[in-house]
Write a protein that binds this ligand. Structure first.
Ligand SMILES: [Zn+2]
Length: 130
């Protein structure tokens, strides 16, 4: 992969990283009730705060969302590490199967959609399939 492309993906990953870090903090705070301010600017009905019945659900939801984002953050760090060590953009599974770097390359459109992807589409399908 070209150096300019690597820089592009590194920027993309770092953007996602800082956005997610803020999100995880915010979601955890919201879930634990230490921060009640509504973000997003979406208008909410005045009765919203009175819907106590939905609180537990919202708390679970926010916490599982935070956990997912935490997982994504781990993947992003791993991807940034791969940029440093030069294995970024190569499918882990194809590489293990002994394919050449050219054959193991994860297609650019997939990397643009999921810059922390570890595998090509085929391997991702196979992995999910069993
Ligand atoms: Zn693969």
């Amino acid at each position: 992969m070209k150096k300019t492309e690597l820089t592009e993906f590194r920027d993309l990953l770092e953007d996602m990283q800082s956005r997610l870090r803020g999100d995880v903090r915010q979601l955890t705070k919201e879930a634990l009730g230490t921060d009640r301010q509504d973000g997003g600017g979406e208008s909410k009905s005045p009765t919203h705060m009175a819907e106590l019945g939905s609180d537990t659900f919202e708390q679970d939801f926010s916490l599982s969302l935070a956990a997912n984002e935490q997982e994504t953050l781990t993947e992003i760090s791993a991807a940034l590490q791969r940029i440093k060590d030069g294995s970024f953009g190569l499918c882990e599974i194809c590489t293990k199967e002994g394919k050449s770097p050219a054959q193991s390359a994860i297609p650019k459109p997939r990397l643009r959609a999921i810059p922390y992807a570890r595998t090509c589409v085929d391997c991702a399908r196979k992995r999910e399939g069993f």
